[in-house]
Design a protein around this ligand. Structure first.
Ligand SMILES: [Zn+2]
Length: 285
């Protein structure tokens, strides 16, 4: 009898997702995921020529630019509360081992980063999500170390909490952790986050700032549910190549991306942000 997910399976998946601090677990058959972002080059070929930023011009001082020019300035840094989880030598070693296993990389930091992934916690409080990240224990879904984490959590109050340095490698999205910054939102559905004025405004401020800081185009701001169609998706463990979660699907991310706007001035990376050293290669999708 063909295996089809029944109610019990779905309930179990939901329970596992709750335990791992992210949207519901799901698996999309290869080929079923529609490309969620504009086709992009393989990361190794994705470096476009740097484009001078109009805002960096050093000409004579003139009149203030009109407002529509002001809107294209790099996004300001939002208020961020540091609430870091301890990056112990053990956790760093576990992160190195994870990067070797999944990406063929011996490191505990992001290369790039090229992607921002939006999530919701499937919980109602900041503290429950933070405590999940704090505990360096195998996650109940995949049973791996290090414990899961995301670099940022946006609370329902609109407070942004930072969990690790922005470029520490956190486990939040299978296939993309080597190059993606994760932003969790306290909540239990895409709609809940998108409908929360304070939380959404804070999320957009944070994402725009990270986009500007790392020259990440809006097309590479994706939802967890869009992970399989990212040009940067890369996973060496065959059993996980079609693994994703249900949080922030394409329809809801289209709404989020419309709120974001065009992203940083110029979508190309400057020389300082170029991809250095090795990148995840091999089983790219
Ligand atoms: Zn997620």
């Amino acid at each position: 009898m063909p295996a089809r997910p029944g109610a019990a399976t779905l309930l179990l998946a939901g329970a596992l997702a709750l335990a791992t601090g992210c949207g519901g677990a799901g698996s999309t058959p290869p080929g079923a995921a529609a490309p969620a972002v504009a086709p992009a080059a393989h990361p190794a070929a994705a470096q476009l020529p740097a484009t001078a930023s109009a805002t960096g011009a050093t000409g004579p001082v003139g009149p203030r630019p009109p407002r529509h020019h002001a809107a294209r300035r790099p996004a300001p840094r939002p208020r961020i509360v540091a609430d870091f989880i301890p990056l112990t030598p053990r956790r760093r070693a576990e992160t190195h081992a994870y990067a070797r296993r999944h990406y063929g990389l011996d490191l505990a930091r992001l290369i790039g980063p090229h992607v921002i992934v939006e999530h919701y916690t499937d919980s109602d409080t900041y503290s429950s999500a933070h405590n999940t990240f704090l505990a360096d224990v195998p996650d109940s879904e995949l049973g791996e170390l290090p414990g899961v984490c995301a670099q940022f959590i946006v609370d329902k109050t609109g407070t942004i909490y930072q969990q690790t340095p922005a470029t520490f490698l956190c486990r939040h999205t299978v296939g993309l952790n080597w190059t993606a910054i994760g932003i969790e939102h306290v909540g239990t559905s895409d709609a809940e986050v998108l409908g929360d004025r304070r939380q959404l405004a804070a999320s957009l401020r944070l994402t725009r700032w990270l986009q500007a800081r790392y020259a990440i185009p809006t097309a590479n701001v994706i939802g967890h549910n869009e992970s399989l169609s990212s040009a940067y998706h890369c996973e060496h463990v065959a059993a996980l190549r079609s693994q994703t979660h249900d949080d922030f699907n394409r329809g809801d991310m289209d709404i989020y991306r419309r709120h974001l706007g065009a992203g940083p001035v110029g979508s190309s990376r400057g020389p300082g942000a170029a991809l250095h050293g090795p990148s995840c290669a091999g089983p790219m999708r």
